[in-house]
Design a protein around this ligand. Sequence first.
Ligand SMILES: [Ca+2]
Length: 159
Amino acid sequence: MPISNPSDASPLIAIHKADRDAHHLGEIELTVPHFQSVTVTGDFQLQKENLNDNNTATDARANGINQYVEVKFYLPVLIKQYRHFGEVAMNGTGRWKIQYFDGEWHDWETGMLIRTTADWSAWIEPAAGVKLCSRVRLVCTAVDTAVPQSRIMELEIKY
Ligand SMILES: [Ca+2]
């Protein structure tokens, strides 16, 4: 029904906007299954698809600084925390960072220590906070000197 009086419309608009925000914010909180459903792109040396294949026995490998794996979402999502699973051949000298894209690339987490044990890190909430983004990247910022090659069994990001 058309509303001819603007004073009648504004409360309705406010209610609708609140409903819309609640509805959409609920939908776009990233989950691990959503993160794992994306086919990655990027320029890791080897096996980039192993980063989010829900298998902690398969590793992704980088052998150069700035090599990355990218996860692109169909719609923007909210990210809040991440964890990663290590590989025992590493000696701990490798470093990663995570970037997010909201129209341009930003660092979300930097100085991530490569893991040297076959287990998960804790869930980590970067100091940069919750971000709404359409893509994320894991980037190699230092190649582990053990092989030399930086290996990661699995990365998980979620709200
Ligand atoms: Ca894997």
